[in-house]
Design a protein around this ligand. Structure first.
Ligand code: FES
Length: 170
């Protein structure tokens, strides 16, 4: 009998079926929408921030992505609860999230990158929306994860550029 390895480990499947912190947050301090140019999937990240302490009180998400994206987003919302924005920014990387979830098939790495990218976009957006000066730990340049988690408009542009040469051939 041939054995076909399951693409996802049980932890991913469990979080996919029972994700934590899934859904819209009405009283969010900041909302970030991000999409992945590799697959075109979108995610919305909501953060409730204690603005005096700059601590993340609560995080929720809505995902139109795959199982890996739902599972990694779920784990990100759990990991960042109670962290300062600075610690969340520095400590939550796609590698850490992938480890926490017990590993992902390599073709699914970008799904975790999207989850972390959406978080980073939300944190950056918080400072710009509030008109606050960027703290020293927030780099001017977008990080790898942010570049892979494009805002809605950027994503639409990227995807339409990719589709154009195909359409022109016809
Ligand atoms: Fe798009 Fe996973 S395939 S987020």
């Amino acid at each position: 009998m041939s054995r076909i390895p399951l693409p996802y480990n049980p932890k991913v499947m469990d979080l996919f079926r029972n994700p934590k912190n899934l859904g819209k947050m009405e009283d969010a301090t900041v909302v970030a929408v991000a999409g992945n140019p590799a697959c075109g999937d979108m995610i919305t990240f909501y953060l409730k921030i204690d603005e005096v302490k700059q601590v993340i009180e609560k995080a929720t998400f809505e995902s139109y992505g795959c199982a890996a994206n739902i599972a990694t987003s779920s784990i990100v919302t759990e990991l960042i609860k109670g962290l300062t924005l600075e610690v969340a920014w520095k400590d939550i990387t796609w590698k850490k999230v992938t480890e926490e979830i017990g590993g992902l098939p390599s073709v699914k790495f970008h799904c975790g990158v999207l989850a972390v990218g959406a978080l980073k976009r939300a944190i950056r957006q918080y400072f710009s929306q509030k008109g606050l000066e960027n703290p020293s730990w927030l780099p001017k340049e977008h990080t790898f994860e942010e570049k892979q988690a494009l805002e809605e408009e950027e994503l639409a542009n990227t995807l339409s550029k990719r589709l154009k040469p195909e359409a022109e051939k016809k």
